[in-house]
Design a protein around this ligand. Structure first.
Ligand code: NAP
Length: 280
């Protein structure tokens, strides 16, 4: 694998949070970066700030769930930089609410963004990377990909799917010189919670029998702010995964994420259920 300063990286979800922090790090490290997200103005503002000469960045607006947009991103990146060394599948959001209250359409939408779009991007870059004889794919999963919680199981299931696909792909692509890496963030202060609140309004606004649980979930989310990490905690891991000669298969941060993963490994299921339970 080339050194990071010689790599071209295509990243989804670059308009805020973890994606934006990652772009900042990768550009500082000298990589060429193709940034994608729906909010074009955010992407162009970021490029103007960190790469005023416009040498290292390419802002590509679009929706990751749209196949034509994905194809355009790939073609435009190759046209501009000549190749794609790494793909960072980062775009995603969280649908909340008790399963009974979440419309199936909303569940499908969350899987479209977090899972099917990630697979679509992977299917596009894999042939290119195979032809190059090397490449790296970094999927942004979550500790929620190991531990599913009440009121959040839709999102958590999408991240469980990302875990499984990452594990399978790792073996499929390794013979072609392509490393597939999973990064598992814990709770990170980004626009994630605001977006989750917005897309989940319908599911939680008439909670019916679940009213007390929905309230207790809000309280729990507030407490989490005390231990929250920053986007750069995860950007640092992505940079490490791209720069390493032999990357680890899994990375996690901040500390509470590692603690949760340890508890998942160490505790019986019922003990874990008790820890993540909702209090009435
Ligand atoms: N924050 C956390 O606590 C946390 C924890 C574990 C895992 N994660 C994961 O980390 C990743 C990044 O999230 P974040 O925390 O940085 O949240 P964020 O600040 O809300 O960023 C999400 C990014 O995804 C993009 N995105 C969402 N839907 C999209 C779509 N349909 N098409 C194109 N881009 C789309 C957004 O861009 P536009 O809206 O401009 O399109 C934005 O750039 C996600 O996969 C999330 O699941 C976050």
């Amino acid at each position: 694998m080339r050194s990071l300063s010689q790599q071209t990286v295509l990243i989804t979800g670059a308009s805020s949070g973890i994606g934006e922090a990652t772009v900042r790090r990768l550009v500082r490290a000298g990589a060429n970066v193709a940034l994608t997200a729906r909010r074009a103005e955010r992407l162009t503002a970021l490029c103007a700030e960190i790469d005023p000469a416009g040498k290292q960045t390419l802002a590509l607006a679009g929706d990751v769930t749209n196949e034509a947009d994905r194809k355009h991103w790939l073609e435009a990146t190759v046209q501009r930089f000549g190749r794609i060394d790494a793909l960072v599948n980062n775009a995603g959001y969280g649908q909340r609410g008790p399963i009974e209250q979440v419309a199936l359409e909303a569940i499908r939408r969350n899987f479209e963004t977090n899972v099917f779009a990630l697979l679509g991007m992977t299917q596009l870059v894999a042939p290119l990377m195979r032809a190059q004889g090397e490449g790296r794919i970094v999927n942004i999963g979550s500790v929620a990909g190991r531990v599913a919680r009440p009121m959040s199981s839709v999102y958590d299931a999408t991240k469980h799917a990302v875990e499984a696909f990452t594990d399978g792909l790792r073996g499929e692509l390794k013979p072609f010189g392509i490393d597939v890496v999973l990064v598992r963030p814990g709770f990170i202060l980004t626009e994630f919670v605001g977006t989750a609140d917005r897309v989940s309004t319908e599911a939680v606004s008439n909670p019916g029998a679940y009213a007390a649980y929905v309230e207790s979930f809000k309280g729990g989310a507030r407490k989490l702010h005390r231990i929250a990490g920053r986007p750069d905690d995860i950007a640092r891991l992505v940079e490490r995964a791209l720069a390493a000669r032999h990357p680890k298969t899994h990375y996690a941060a901040p500390k509470h994420a590692k603690a949760i993963l340890f508890l998942k490994w160490a505790l019986p299921v019922k003990a874990l259920d008790w820890l993540v339970r909702l209090k009435k």
